[in-house]
Ligand binder design. Sequence first.
Ligand code: NAD
Length: 312
Amino acid sequence: MNDFVVVAGAGGFIGGHLVNRLITEGYNVKAVDIKPLNEWHQIFDDAENINLDLRDSDKSRKICQGINQVFNLAAIVGGAIYTDRNVTESLMSASININLLKSALKHGVHKYFFASSSSVYSGNSPFNEEDIISSTSQLGYGQEKRYSELQLQSVKKDLQARVARFSNVYGIHMTWAEKKSHLPLDLCRKVILARGSKEVEIYGDGNQIRDFIYVDDCVEGILKIMDCNSSDPINLGYGEGNSVMDLIQTVRGFIDYDFGIRKNTTVPTGHKEKVLDISLLKQITGWQPTVRLEEGMQNLYDWTDHKMRDYR
Ligand code: NAD
């Protein structure tokens, strides 16, 4: 295999796992991220690692020269509270996709993947790809995702566009910074700090339901979707709903101490229920995610525990 690919957002959580997998598969990877290299979640010597702001159209112009495939996972990402407070910043991620697409079209890229999100949906879950999207559940972030999806739909005669709508992705190497971290890591961190019967604070009443997909499954799904023949958006989730309390019970199942729970209902927690219908994914790719919540959360908990020892 001598396929040349760009991974945008390679210094982030999912991007780092994707770069690792693509290198293992024999691809030549150009890994791009706005963060300085020493802040990347994972870095691989076998990739060409580039520090670049993809919102800069001049500097992004040549990024797809000699490239066959592009994976765009670059965006301003945070948990529910962060996204709620950074609407304008989230909207600006649209310019990343515009600049990458312009470069891809100019240099004759064959396939282009865009990482979208279940945040494009509103209304009642489980969400199906055909649900009418008149307004999204998340101002800024969800709107940017939908807008970028539409950019791809409008150029699909010029390149093979692929779009996946991720549910809640979790796993090792998740974003560590507290103001941007997501629920599964946040919970592991609090539970570890609560050793010795202390309390864990959760946001909301604990009944919010999400669809948690382990990062290895997410990466596998990206590659399956890249290989299929559909340029329409495809849901990429586990296809099962679990509440915050379910996550807590899962963690309680493998630790040997207990803790109390304090519910903070004063902060925004987003949609009440967000679960993806993954029938189309199964039908088109003949595959579905396999990592159970128990296994995924145990991996994340162990990794978090190990990482926190470095801080103690
Ligand atoms: P992440 O924040 O870890 O990774 C995104 C990366 O994009 C970051 O490293 C960031 O520095 C980089 N980036 C931001 N602006 C950039 C710019 N102007 N130029 C170059 N790089 C830039 O987030 P993630 O969880 O790995 O998410 C990857 C993609 O998947 C994102 O598009 C996100 O919206 C999407 N997504 C993630 C989830 C999830 O649960 N993690 C769910 C739905 C969709």
